[in-house]
Design a protein around this ligand. Structure first.
Ligand SMILES: CC(C)(COP(=O)(O)OP(=O)(O)OC[C@H]1O[C@@H](n2cnc3c(N)ncnc32)[C@H](O)[C@@H]1OP(=O)(O)O)[C@@H](O)C(=O)NCCC(=O)NCCS
Length: 180
């Protein structure tokens, strides 16, 4: 399988919407299901937020297919200066969830985050915050080499409540040696 990452564009909105709609049951326990999120995400792209689409290149070439949209990763809360830190948020979509494609794509995103500017984002540290029962996302964080750092009570407002999160982190010097 050939997996790549790229920045989203306005023409992705329809495939993005369809991917989220068919993945509702898969996403809903852990993240808001927002089929019409892409235009808003595009408007917010800038110094503090970079979004990457994870794409199966072979499927993307299929005319009339689903665009090969494996998932989305937001590199959010980007702060440069002495911190050079960001938080990763991600969703995979059916029918690609659970096939190993998302892991490959997120490895490319992490590499892009740690690559020096201007090609990469020049970051030093990444966080992944995961609800304690989200086994698949915790497995993903560990597969990418993230360390468990701690527990953050009532950290994020998701599905109508402030949810506890486990905090995982990775610094550039640990990458890629720690990745599984
Ligand atoms: C968390 C989430 C992004 C993980 O994505 P995913 O689609 O499961 O990612 P992958 O397919 O790369 O996962 C790898 C799994 O596929 C398996 N796999 C299947 N085929 C594979 C292949 N050909 N190559 C490698 N791995 C393969 C891996 O072994 C692994 O299984 P395991 O976790 O049981 O060990 C996804 O479950 C999701 O979107 N969840 C809902 C939203 C969410 O929780 N977001 C994160 C909030 S913090």
């Amino acid at each position: 399988m050939r997996i790549s990452i790229r920045e989203p564009r306005a023409g992705d909105a329809e495939n993005h919407r369809a991917a989220i709609l068919r993945s509702g049951a898969h996403l809903r326990p852990w993240n808001p299901v927002e089929p019409d999120a892409l235009p808003g995400l595009l408007r917010r792209q800038g110094d503090g937020l970079r979004t990457y689409l994870i794409v199966d290149d072979d499927e993307a070439r299929n005319a009339g297919g689903d665009g090969g949209l494996v998932g989305t990763c937001n590199v959010a809360n980007i702060v440069l200066g002495r911190f050079r830190n960001a938080a990763l948020g991600y969703d995979s979509y059916l029918p690609y969830a659970g096939t190993g494609r998302m892991s490959r794509g997120l490895r490319l995103v992490v590499a892009q985050c740690f690559a020096v500017q201007p090609h990469g984002l020049g970051l030093h540290r990444l966080e992944i915050n995961v609800q304690p029962d989200n086994v698949r996302s915790i497995a993903m964080a560990r597969r990418l080499g993230f360390r468990h750092e701690g527990f953050s009570p009532r950290m994020l407002f998701i599905n109508d409540a402030w949810r506890d999160h486990e905090r995982f982190a990775l610094t550039a010097d640990e990458w890629p040696a720690q990745a599984g």
